[in-house]
Every structure is written in C-alpha cells, then in structure tokens.
Design a protein around this ligand. Structure first.
Ligand code: THU
Length: 160
C-alpha cells in the first residue's frame, strides 16, 4: 500500500490586491447574479469568462421545476463561450454568489460537474484558465482550473 498526498494551490486576495482586469471580470460576474433564474434555491450565481480575444461571455444559473434540468452559472458561461467562439481559449473565469440579500462573505465553491467542465475547457485550448472565486471577505484565485480538480479525468484517460 502506498499513500499519496495530493496537494493543490490557491491564493486569497483582498479586493484592493486584485488587478484591474480581475476586478472588472468579477464585477461582471456580480452583475450577472441579478440575471440568475433561481426561483427554487434563491441562490444567485453569476459567471464571467474572458476569452483570448478579449470578449467576455456572461453566464448565470438557470433553474427548472424539473430540478436536474437546470444548469450552473459556470457551465452556462463556458458552454455559451464554446458555442459562440469555439476557437478562442477561455483565459479567465470569475464567479460570484448572492443570497439572503448580499454577496456571500466567503467565495462560493464550484460543484464537481462544473470543475470537470472547467478542466476540460482548459485542456481543450491547451493553456491555463485562471479561476476567480469572489467573496466579500476575500477572493480565491486559482491559476489553473486543474487546481480545483486533482486527478482530473481528461480525454487521454479514454485511451486507457
Ligand atoms: N450553482 C451554480 O450555479 N454554480 C455552482 O458552482 C454551485 C451551484 C447553482 C445551481 C443552483 O441553481 C443553485 O446554485 C443552488 O445549488
């Protein structure tokens, strides 16, 4: 038996410590929480994806009375980016969550399915995608989506 210790890396920033580019993408993710369709959870999630050509694609969670038919904010943004700009890498993704009348103090944590899609997006374009998880207290910054998903399943795994 061997034991492996899987480690990952993230940094936590105060708002003033973020770059203008990071702050502007987060502002769009925050704005997107207002467009979220979440009559069931009342948990508003906004996402903003910056592409290599500078275009920002917006997303937000879309719920449904048939619960599993809904979609998270992150995937709504990444799938829209893939549909509209299939040849542009996604370089940065910002996420913000709003519930109970305020943005969450701590950053929201992307679900497993979104992490899988985030890592596939990164892999697809062969570069890193920086992930910004906004919280009122601090913002978590991951330099690569893969840092959010150790032991990622990628297309190479299919080859055995
Ligand atoms: N949600 C997201 O949009 N992103 C996440 O990473 C976690 C959860 C949404 C799904 C659902 O509409 C609501 O938040 C509550 O789970």
């Amino acid at each position: 038996m061997k034991e492996y210790n899987l480690t990952t890396k993230m940094r936590a920033y105060q708002w003033e410590e973020l770059s203008d580019e990071q702050r502007s993408l987060i502002e769009i993710a925050k704005e997107q929480t207002e467009r979220s369709y979440c009559p069931y959870s009342h948990y508003h999630v906004g996402a903003a994806a910056r592409l290599a050509n500078g275009v920002v694609i917006r997303g937000c969670n879309q719920e449904n009375a048939a619960y599993p038919s809904g979609l998270c904010a992150e995937r709504s943004a990444l799938f829209a980016a893939g549909a509209q700009y299939p040849d542009e890498a996604v370089e940065q993704l910002a996420i913000a969550c709003f519930t109970g009348g305020h943005f969450t103090k701590e950053p929201g944590s992307p679900c497993g399915a979104c992490r899988q899609v985030m890592t596939e997006t990164e892999h697809r374009y062969g570069g890193k995608m920086q992930v910004l998880l906004f919280g009122e207290n601090e913002t978590y910054v991951f330099d690569s989506a893969a840092d959010l998903l150790p032991l990622i399943f990628v297309s190479e795994n299919l080859k055995g």
